[in-house]
Design a protein around this ligand. Structure first.
Ligand SMILES: Nc1ncnc2c1ncn2[C@@H]1O[C@H](COP(=O)(O)OP(=O)(O)O)[C@@H](O)[C@H]1O
Ligand SMILES: [Mg+2]
Length: 334
């Protein structure tokens, strides 16, 4: 594995058993599975922001959670800094957790309403750095409050989540994630619930902290405009599969997969003189219990031919660092 990969995901699958009734089972119905993540491989390089982008239900969150060891994969491996997380016992995995933190979409749900920010942010330090004295712990927490812009830190130290604005709460969640000095941060739609007015501020903050602490981000979003703002490389997910992976500028300039092209065409354009955005192509995301055969996008794809429902296209590198899974992508090469 080349040195610059912090994370390597190999053939990751996560199937959730669908609940079947007792009667169904009595009648001999086969157990059905939600194919949330269905064979995904990619690498996250040290120091980059890798974006996982796709519509709701495409398997982004499940992929992120499996990478952090928060949910055991059905199949496949996750290598973090040369260590196979999927082979670790619970104790060793817990030790690795300090190096991987997560920022979720809803800061209110991720903060305990009965804990002051000081307690909430100090909690991870108690667990992962038990040798710290309470004064040292307080210093680290107030230092981190300052870094995320919650100043004066001594004031915010004693605040409770309900006393903060949404943007301040998300800053507190960021502080809590970073205080244990992680290397990888999973940011799962971190600004989706924030006011439009503070979204750019939060992204700028995350960018600044990333540089200051040499972080690597796995950044999950359904929104290509957000991804464009912060990501270095992007993986486009559709129905549990990666359909295209490329560096940011490359992807936006030469989108090779019809699904990526459709997503890009649906991004709102701020310029009123340009044409209105196109809606997404016909139909909804199909059911991940019985995903379409062949290419999963074929029922919605304007280019679909017979081969698309018969054969699943592999991810192939069509330009340097740019991989795509489509039987007909070559026609879009510049
Ligand atoms: N714990 C779970 N049990 C059953 N199905 C789940 C569970 N978590 C996610 N799913 C299903 O897996 C699919 C992918 O979900 P998710 O990873 O949350 O997608 P995304 O984050 O892209 O919206 C969806 O169909 C979702 O309903
Ligand atoms: Mg999600």
């Amino acid at each position: 594995m080349p040195e610059d990969n912090l994370v390597l995901v190999e053939g990751l699958r996560k199937w959730f058993p669908k609940h079947t009734s007792l009667l169904d089972r009595f009648l001999g119905m086969e157990r059905e599975y939600v194919h949330a993540v269905d064979g995904v491989s990619f690498a996250i390089r040290r120091g980059e922001v890798f974006g996982l982008v796709g519509e709701s239900g495409s398997g982004k969150t499940t992929t992120g959670r499996a990478i952090l060891g928060l949910t055991p994969p059905t199949e496949g491996r996750v290598i973090f800094d040369d260590v196979d997380l999927t082979a670790l016992d619970k104790t060793s995995l817990r030790k690795m957790r300090r190096r991987m933190q997560v920022i979720f979409q809803d800061p209110m749900a991720s903060l305990n309403p009965r804990m002051s920010l000081g307690e909430a942010i100090g909690y991870g330090l108690r667990i992962h750095f038990p040798q710290l004295s309470s004064d040292e712990r307080r210093d680290r927490v107030t230092g981190m409050l300052d870094k995320v812009g919650l100043s004066p830190a001594n004031y915010f130290y004693n605040r409770f989540p309900h006393q903060l604005s949404g943007g301040q709460r998300q800053r507190a969640v960021i502080a809590r994630a970073l205080v244990t000095q992680p290397e990888l941060v999973l940011a799962d739609e971190p600004i989706a619930m924030a006011d439009v007015s503070v979204r750019a501020l939060l992204l700028d903050l995350m960018n600044r902290l990333k540089r200051e602490f040499n972080l690597t981000y796995l950044f999950i979003t359904h929104d290509l405009a957000t991804a464009k703002y912060i990501c270095d490389r992007i993986g486009i997910m559709y129905l549990g599969k990666l359909v295209e992976v490329a560096p940011l500028r490359e992807l936006y300039t030469y989108p090779l997969h019809p699904y990526t092209q459709a997503l890009l065409a649906a991004v709102p354009i701020p310029d009123p003189h340009r044409r209105r955005t196109k809606p997404m192509p016909k139909g909804e995301i199909p059911n991940p219990i019985h995903p379409p055969a062949g290419c999963r996008f074929h029922p919605r794809c304007p280019l679909a031919q017979d081969i698309c429902s018969a054969e699943e296209p592999p991810l192939v590198e069509l330009r340097p660092g740019h991989t795509v899974a489509c039987h007909f992508a070559e026609q879009f090469l510049p």
